[in-house]
Design a protein around this ligand. Structure first.
Ligand SMILES: [Ca+2]
Length: 198
């Protein structure tokens, strides 16, 4: 909780556009080319052994990292997913950084499920930063996970012209007695606007 609050504080000055433009730029999963995914290790198939078998190319913000397991028994695709077992504390997974083109629309998604219906939402974020690392845009969408895999997705547009670097993040709520799985956390650079932002 504390570390995530610090993260939110860090991003606190960002303009929150949410996903208000999602209905305007209605990009579906049918629109994306799987090869254009810009998130490293998006399917959690690669393990960073030096980081105690945690997923490579991801950062974990939590008071405890022993609640996170690379699970090979429940997967959306591939051979492993992230399992967060009965989180007694809030946990946030943060992707490696990727380049942002502020004149483009981005489509981000992940797939989630739980072993019981959760009354606390799981949240997917896209954060954009300027070249100095200052936060300039935040986009997000929530979902209440159930026992079936569900897609959590949104589109992001109208970045500030100073946006240079992006990261996606997944916040798993504090929810004892419910376990969560996350897989295929992806982002795609889609259409470019036909005008330049100033
Ligand atoms: Ca996977």
């Amino acid at each position: 909780m504390i570390r995530f609050l610090l993260l939110i504080t860090l991003f606190g000055s960002a303009s929150v556009l949410g996903c208000a433009f999602g209905s305007v730029f209605n990009i579906s999963s049918n629109s994306v080319d799987e090869e254009d995914n810009i998130i490293s290790n998006s399917s959690f198939e690669n393990i960073d052994f030096e980081a105690q078998k945690l997923p490579a190319s991801w950062y974990i913000l939590s008071e405890r990292d022993d609640l996170i397991i690379l699970d090979s028994s429940v997967c959306h695709t591939g051979n492993s997913s992230i399992m967060v077992k009965s989180p007694e504390t809030e946990i946030t997974l943060v992707s490696a950084a990727f380049e942002i083109d502020p004149t483009c629309i981005y489509y981000s998604r992940c797939f989630v499920r739980s072993d019981d219906r959760s009354t606390q939402p799981l949240t997917l974020y896209l954060f954009a930063f300027d070249i100095a690392g200052n936060p300039v845009n935040t986009f997000s969408r929530k979902i209440f996970p159930t026992e079936n895999w569900a897609k959590l997705d949104f589109t992001s547009a109208f970045f500030k012209s100073s946006a240079k670097v992006g990261r996606i993040a997944i916040n798993i709520p504090e929810k004892e007695n419910v376990s969560f799985w996350i897989d295929d956390a992806e982002s795609y650079r889609m259409h470019r606007f036909a005008f330049s932002q100033e």
